[in-house]
Design a protein around this ligand. Sequence first.
Ligand code: FES
Ligand SMILES: [Fe+2]
Length: 421
Amino acid sequence: MPSAACPTLVPERRAALERVRALASERRPRHSLPQAFYCDEDVFAVDLERVFKRHWLFAGHVCQIPRRGDYFTWKVGADPLLIVRGADGAVHAHHNVCTHRGSILTDQACGRAGKFVCPYHQWVFELDGRLASARHMPDDFEQPAYGLRPVHVRVLAGLILVCLHESPPPFEPYAAAVEPFTAPYEMEKVKIACARRYELRSNWKLITENFRECYHCAGGHPEYCRAVLGSGTDHPVYVKDDRAAVWADRTAHWKRLGLATGSVDFTRERWYHCNRYPFRPGFVSQTLDGKPCAPLLGRLPDRDVGVFAIVSYPQFWHESSSDYFITIRVTPISATRSDADVCWYVREDAVEGRDYEPERVAAFWRATAEQDWKLGEDNQAGILSSAYRPGPLGPIEDGIEIFLQWYLDQVTEESYAPGPA
Ligand code: FES
Ligand SMILES: [Fe+2]
């Protein structure tokens, strides 16, 4: 049986793909997936190859590596990665794998280096991946051929995205959709006010499904529903909103301010989404009391710019208020485990204690995200039961159906060309 520890054995990979196709054919439309999609290591191996090794993944933010030589590492499935600010000031991404006999170059989560020296036999690599020296190799050794294997990397509004596949999906449509929204936030000129890692007992798809519907909001997110228009609409406290009128009024306000409005929606093919949506009256930030918690970001002209959100499959979420934003990076660990890294950002010249308090910046999304993690873990626990059967999706869960169609396309597509093992 294949496992995440050995995902590259070709016959096993083929068998796993066939199994996933058979499972997918059993899926009833507009229902949650058959059990194996949430807990089977065969399926997880296919998820890694077809989804995580093929698509653009959010790795981190440029403010984590402000100086030349600053780096951080991240592991996606069996692939350790190294993201570094080069001597040229650009962001580079490499496989964290020595081209001599394969040692990882560093086991540190982050650090700063002039060059990378392999701990095994001390081959030395430049920040841009070129092999600088290799001790005791013969005169005819082709040194230029042994640079670190590169990983595709793009920086969008300070967000670092990587793709492990040799032919990544087109990035430009994503950038074109997002940049009109991000420009006034100057999202690259920020620093991290707070960061937390959550080790979750749930399959990565349950996290994505949870974030694609607000059916659970009324019962699960009191703080979010108090703040955000349109959430919790079936809850007696929130039904009184004149949603259409507030939405129209706020949209007109944002247009007068010159801000991007509207929505770029997921489709079966489109793997990203961004939009702006209003707060409830009385809120100007995603804080517990609705009041600001930090100085305005970038060159935003007003406190009430609503919430600007970006989501990209399979593992990235972002929400901005006018004074801070969050990123959520999900890392698949196994069929039933995922890590979620949540970061909160404020403008880079904000002074802690004077301009913001990290706990206050973090409080709203700490509450909301931790509520979601619990819902996801409870969902996983029930799915593992022999009593689980795929259940029906309501119209309010259309976002899940669109995600699942996209996902099933990825894992069943015949014409897919595997990337480098
Ligand atoms: S494995 Fe890196 S120098 Fe030998
Ligand atoms: Fe939620």
